[in-house]
Design a protein around this ligand. Sequence first.
Ligand SMILES: C[S@@+](CC[C@H](N)C(=O)[O-])C[C@H]1O[C@@H](n2cnc3c(N)ncnc32)[C@H](O)[C@@H]1O
Length: 422
Amino acid sequence: MELVVQRLVYGGYGVGEVKGRKFLVRYAAPKELVEVDVLRETRIYTEAVVKKVKIEGEGRRLAPCRYYMQCGGCQLQHIEYGHQLKAKEEILLDAFERIGKIKLGSVSGILASKEEFGYRTRVQFKVKDGQLGFFAWKSKDLVPVDECLLAHPKINQLIPSLKEIVKIVSGLQEIHVLYSPYEDEYLLKLVGKDALSGQKLKDIKEKFLPKEVVNVGSYVLSDGKPVKTSSVGRDFTYFRSGKFLLRVSSDSFFQINYTLYEDYPKLVADGERVKRVLELHCGVGLFSFWLSEKCDVLFGSDANLSAVKDAIYNAKLNQISKTAFAHEKAIHTLRSHMGEVIDLLVLDPPKEGLSKLDKAFISQNKPERIIYKSSEPTTLARDLHTLTTLGYKIESVYLVDELPQTFHISAVVKLRLLEALG
Ligand SMILES: C[S@@+](CC[C@H](N)C(=O)[O-])C[C@H]1O[C@@H](n2cnc3c(N)ncnc32)[C@H](O)[C@@H]1O
């Protein structure tokens, strides 16, 4: 079957139509004629995959990765990077218009990754049937790999050692690697059905891994989340973000794309000075410390104890006295700050977007400014609609491309209360 792909949509698909029926096509480029194989039919659309490109579309190229179209990690490698960015901008603006009823001619700016490939400092390998790799698109079928072009080259260098570990550890399901380019060292998580003893981890570390691997932890999955059972070595490393040095422990979240470690927080913090900042989901403080330069006091919180301990440590390490951090869920932070004067609220909510309490807090406290970081354009668009009805004006929208070659889209939106504008 043949069809014309009109444009790309969120999720990495090209969209087209045949006799009024909507088609979502994997590995398609905008404005091209393709022959497709049908994968599945739903009530609303047909999912298909490109079989043959008849007339090449915008920005089509030969995907550099040899596992492309088997491995499910990348969806856009067949499109030149500039065209990927253009498509992501269009998708973001379309979500704003369709879902948020907000019409913008363009974004205020695009923060592109400085490297198209080799930018990932955190990689989660899957392990199945004694092999290491990644799952195929929307599947649990393992595609074994010898390298990943998105991973930092130093992570690829570790793959032969990881394969040796896979051979000797039974019940292994995942291996998570965190690499610090600043320290040139790695932290490893072995995630499996069985907890490994400290002695076993010590043997693995000494016999199979280079000295740059400073920590190996054993984790078991509980409700889909890895829980640490034991670890050997130093369970933290350091990353640099411009002038700030940040301790990041093995169980703390840290941004994946090392090429944006400085520019991303700088973009978020850019703006005039304010007195009081409240930052939810602050992690180890990557954004907090840049923001602290533009305020009198910043209060940050995060539900992850490890990240909050790192944030507190990092404030001392960088001699920052304007920040305070609490280990608590966002709902508790919002409850305890309800009614307080907050000049700037910084949000980085999960995929589901703003909660009822977030909205109640905003309508009651009416912070003069809000910075909303998001990696889910659809909930972002919905929430921006709510925020505009609460009296906020969008001042700027930046597209941040944290994950080139994939469908993921991040954005930073800065808003201001209209009343405050007078
Ligand atoms: C994507 S990370 C962002 C961290 C930080 N803003 C950064 O970019 O480095 C999201 C953070 O939200 C935290 N988190 C998730 N659910 C939470 C909740 N209900 N309340 C507070 N923090 C939460 C996680 O622990 C994690 O540190």
